[in-house]
Design a protein around this ligand. Structure first.
Ligand SMILES: [Zn+2]
Length: 279
């Protein structure tokens, strides 16, 4: 009571600065009572800038010096428009800018013990993460991951797309292969993963039913990868279920999406669904 009384006196005497004095007292309850009693003191008209910071003080019923609340995930921390950003979102309505000339900055060969039958590189950060994930797959489920595809240049993607069009027709091709300039593979952060002995092609749902496919679907986020084309999100992504196709987005974003239960970049960043090309 004595302390509360003294605090109240200090408050009346020093006016505006008493708010800060109160928050530094050991007893938060006393602080809030003092603050509540304050309206009887004449004070200058309140302005918005004085009020906005208040929430960091308002609950002060515990520690004398309260650390800031954990910041909400900052969705603007990295660019989703810059193709060199690990958060870059490419889909059927968001092509790679100046795609015919775009080559990622830091392509590297994959670690030598990871089967890579087509020899495609990845960007350094994605390649490093893949190596860690491959080791974890070996340790946790006894499976050897295979990098079936990685970075594909604009020219290589052009050939792949044209090959699918020849086999499936344009409509069929566009459900499984991106037009040149619209492929995650050209970013150097998209990778097609299978496993030794899975017996599955890069096609259809086969790999998703295997031990490795199920482990990847459940665990890839731990290593910064996202199963980019989930079975139930064709209307959002524009692609059929691709249990082999993963996109490196970094552990922070992958873990946040996992925590929130959001499975597509479009939904996480509030982007429009991209079921088809705009033309
Ligand atoms: Zn792919």
């Amino acid at each position: 009571m004595l302390i509360a009384g003294l605090a109240a006196i200090v408050l009346v005497i020093v006016g505006e600065t008493a708010l800060f004095t109160a928050t530094n007292t050991q007893n938060g309850g006393t602080a809030s009572i003092v603050a509540d009693a304050k309206p009887q003191v004449a004070r200058p008209p309140a302005t918005a800038p004085m009020i906005i910071p208040a929430p960091t003080f308002s609950t002060g019923a515990t520690e004398p010096v309260q650390p800031p609340a954990p910041a909400a995930f900052d969705k603007t921390a990295r660019s989703i428009d810059d193709p060199t950003s690990i958060w870059f979102v490419v889909n059927k309505t968001r092509p790679i800018p100046d795609a015919a000339a775009y080559v990622p900055p830091d392509l590297v060969a994959l670690r030598g013990d990871i089967p890579n039958p087509n020899g495609f590189p990845l960007r350094q950060e994605a390649a490093d993460a893949l190596a860690v994930m491959a080791d974890a797959a070996t340790a946790e489920i006894g499976q050897q991951l295979v990098a079936q595809s990685g970075y594909r240049s604009f020219g290589v993607q052009t050939n792949a797309y044209n090959r699918y069009v020849g086999q499936l027709g344009t409509a069929g091709a566009e459900l499984t292969s991106a037009r040149p300039g619209f492929s995650e593979h050209q970013t150097g952060m998209g990778i097609d993963i299978l496993a030794v002995g899975s017996g599955c092609p890069v096609d259809g749902p086969c790999f998703g039913d295997t031990t490795a496919g199920q482990w990847l679907a459940a665990n890839a986020y731990r290593f910064g990868f996202l199963l980019r084309y989930p079975a139930d999100k064709t209307a959002v992504t524009g692609y059929e279920y691709e249990p082999w196709h993963f996109r490196y987005i970094g552990v922070d974003l992958a873990a946040e999406m996992h925590t929130q239960g959001v499975t597509t970049l479009e939904e996480f960043f509030g982007l429009p669904a991209a079921p088809a090309y705009l033309d």
